[in-house]
Design a protein around this ligand. Structure first.
Ligand code: DGJ
Length: 734
């Protein structure tokens, strides 16, 4: 791995075994992109991008002697605004005189081993300096007293480049950063299709693939959270790219608030990708000498198809984004009482649930919503984080002890960022939520959002949670968040800083999470936002697992989990075995299919196991013990998508152990058909030369990957599934 700068050619080359990213400086200092893609071992000249006059209406930079160069057609690293590039800009700065034209030129650079932290923000990291190299390029506008430091880190063993920017005011007057995005990549062609992960509540991360036409396409969130509507992710892929081969460029933003991913194809069939904080609802007062740090964008390059891209994300997020004690630990099998009791539970019920769960091999009981204040429905008490005496008269500590005595750990649900109007906290602090004084405030699920951009509010939440966590043996927290922002205004800031509130909120949230997770390293935190409303890489930094969706229907989950796996590894996506008929969609599904889908992630249970018959309990217990036997493989193995449920009436995926000795294959047929076509599925990731035992037959890895397995011929019901355990026949795991 190297980051080099050739003084003669003025070319920067960032490369590792898999990829190259090349830029060059052009007089008087414009930083231009040259190449991003498969590794080029030697690149010892300047880029050959032709210089011919095709600018017509596109002006040339001031003082330029010919018409053969225009910023409007150049491939740029830091496209500015108001200085002849009419495409989308990376930034917009407004000066006290009301003007905004800014053009950055190269001033200096610095290359060093390792990767810097990002002040107050989650980011990928290294454990050892040798793992990555960083390039910082200082860009200045000589007429404007501003600088932008472009920060690039390339990992040695991963096809990963990260980018962020620090914008700094070098002058003596306040300037206004109206747009401060994190990364721009300009490609010189448009031979791409775009993959995105849109969704809605209970229908998260559905894969959509479409061609990119001329013009601008925006994927974004203006909801104050990354949201279910869009994941802060986009991939550009070649038309021929599929799961197993072809080029894919993945862009993922490590941020949990408003974001924007803009893809623009210009008249010359060049494609620009911009990623960053959404300029809408954003503007930052940059005081003299103040710096604004943008969040980080992860860029993954794969020439091994979408699985190659996803596996790079999976490893990076497991190994260098998630942190703490649980990062490499197998996750406990939990039972959550939400779908079995909703708000209607008491101590006796929970202890029975714990006892019954322990007998089945469940390791942790999570008490969900309704344990605090006077909360018996979703209309009150958020903010009153003290125990509901009517339901739990002996308190949380006693409940937790009783549950522990049954042999399971105890976990608790919180929704710390929210406040109900009907709560003691609201009565004491009617000004602590986001709202515009004098205007009515919108409610969502009958709740407001606490203004965690304010330090006093954060401190209150921290102290309140600490009191609780110190009192009872709580070993897991489900951190929920069930509405999006409106009337975004903070009483903690002057009027001219109100457009900073949405971002300051996210910085405040990160600060609170950092403090809590540092103070309680032994608590396993699970991220939730009505399912996956804020399941993004920013949250992964603080919480190593997330509730992938409130939809627990096995059939809907096939798509949700398939889509989620595009960027997040299965260990991070919690999936629960739930009742049939399903509570969200009313569908009846077999126990086998429900367990197969739930077992394909971070497995848990969401049913009232106390009400099950002996034979149902036997089945649950068998599934739990099967999962335990395969837990390491599922949570830490390589995940391959094989057959897309978005394209077919069936879907398939596979887990393969690191040493390729062991694999677990899952196949799902959605609707049954008469006289149906046979489905032969080719596996992936096995050792071609090894022999594997598959359903009592020995087959070579080569055969399994090229010929595959016939899977659906015996299936005769809707919503069928098949799980096949595959072992290397000469391994001791057999
Ligand atoms: C939304 C979550 O996604 C559910 O699992 C549950 O915790 C409810 N909130 C409780 O209000």
């Amino acid at each position: 791995m190297t980051v080099t700068f050739d003084e003669v050619t003025q070319v920067f080359h960032l490369s590792n075994q898999k990829m190259s990213y090349i830029m060059e400086i052009k007089e008087p200092g414009f930083l231009l992109q040259v190449y991003y893609g498969k590794k080029i071992s030697r690149f010892d000249h300047r880029g050959d991008y032709p210089e011919v006059d095709r600018s017509s209406f596109s002006p040339n930079p001031p003082g330029w002697k010919n018409r053969e160069f225009s910023l409007d057609t150049a491939l740029q690293e830091i496209p500015g605004q108001g200085t002849s590039d009419y495409r989308e800009s990376l930034f917009e700065i407004v000066y006290p005189d009301g003007s905004s034209a800014t053009s950055f030129v190269y001033q200096s650079h610095h290359i060093y081993q390792g990767k810097p932290k990002l002040a107050g923000l989650p980011a990928t990291y290294v454990d050892d300096k040798e793992e990555a190299e960083t390039l910082e390029i200082v860009m200045v506008d000589p007429f404007r007293q501003v600088e932008a430091i472009l920060v690039y880190t390339i990992y040695r063993w991963r096809s990963v480049l990260t980018k962020s920017v620090r914008y700094r005011n070098l002058g003596e007057v306040t300037i206004c950063l109206n747009r401060g995005m994190s990364a721009c990549v300009d490609f010189d062609d448009d031979n791409f299709e775009m993959i995105q992960l849109p969704g809605a509540w209970a229908r998260e991360k559905h894969i959509e693939r479409q061609s990119i036409g001329t013009g601008i396409k925006i994927l974004d969130s203006k909801r104050g959270a990354s949201s279910v509507t869009q994941q802060p992710f986009m991939a550009l892929v070649r038309p021929e790219t599929d799961e197993h081969q072809g080029e894919a460029y993945g862009f993922h933003f490590i941020y949990s608030g408003n974001f924007s991913i803009r893809t623009e194809v210009d008249p010359f069939c060049q494609t620009r990708v911009l990623v960053g904080i959404n300029p809408s609802h954003f503007s930052w007062q940059l005081e003299p000498l103040e710096m604004f740090q943008t969040p980080e964008v992860v860029l993954v390059y794969s020439n091994e198809g979408l699985n190659g891209m996803s596996q790079t994300f999976h490893h990076l997020y497991r190994e260098r984004l998630a942190r703490g004690k649980f990062q490499y630990q197998q996750r406990p099998i939990l039972i959550n009482n939400w779908e079995s009791t909703y708000f209607d539970f008491d101590e006796t019920k929970l202890i029975e649930l714990a006892e019954s769960s322990a007998e089945l091999g469940i390791e942790l009981l999570v008490l969900d919503d309704g344990w605090f204040g006077k909360r018996n429905d979703d209309k009150s008490s958020l903010g009153d984080w003290y125990v509901n005496q009517q339901k739990l008269p002996r308190g949380l500590a006693s409940l937790a002890k009783a549950i522990n005595d049954k042999g399971v750990k105890f976990g608790l649900w919180f929704e710390p960022e929210m406040i109900s109007e009907d709560s003691d906290l609201f009565r004491q602090h009617p000004d602590w939520h986001l709202h515009v004084p004098g205007l009515p405030s919108s409610q969502g699920r009958d709740q407001h959002i606490l203004d965690v951009s304010r330090e006093d509010v954060r401190d209150y939440l921290f102290v309140t949670m600490v009191k609780l966590l110190n009192k009872a043996p709580i070993e897991y927290i489900k951190w929920d968040m069930n509405r999006n922002m409106t009337e975004i205004y903070s009483l903690g800031r002057p009027p001219q800083q109100q457009q900073e509130t949405a971002h300051r909120y996210i910085l405040g949230l990160y600060d609170l999470l950092e403090r809590l997770t540092n103070k309680y390293p032994d608590i396993l935190f699970e991220n939730c936002s009505g399912g996956a409303g804020r399941y993004d890489p920013g949250m992964v930094y603080y919480m190593p697992q997330s509730w992938a969706s409130d939809n627990t229907d096995a059939i809907e989950r096939i798509k949700i989990q398939y889509g989620t796996s595009l960027v997040f590894p299965p260990i991070m996506s919690c999936a629960h075995l739930s009742e049939s008929p399903n509570h969200q969609v009313g569908r009846l599904t077999s126990f086998e299919s429900r367990s197969a889908v739930a077992m394909s992630g971070n497995f848990g249970v969401m049913m009232d196991v106390t009400q099950k018959t002996a034979s149902e309990r036997k089945s649950i217990s068998k599934v739990i013990s099967f999962y335990k036997q395969h837990r390491h493989l599922i949570q830490f193995g390589e995940f391959y998508r094989l057959l897309s449920p978005f394209e077919h009436n069936d879907g398939a995926w596979l887990f393969v152990s690191e040493n390729q000795d062991h694999a677990l294959f899952f196949y799902f047929e959605i609707l049954s058909q008469a006289t149906k076509p046979f489905r032969r599925v080719k596996l992936a990731g096995l050792d071609p030369d090894a022999e594997y035992l598959v359903e009592n037959v020995i087959r070579t890895g080569e055969e399994l990957m090229n010929y595959g397995l016939y899977v659906n011929y015996e299936m005769q019901h809707d919503f069928s599934s098949k799980v096949i355990d595959i072992r290397r026949s000469d391994s001791d795991t057999l």
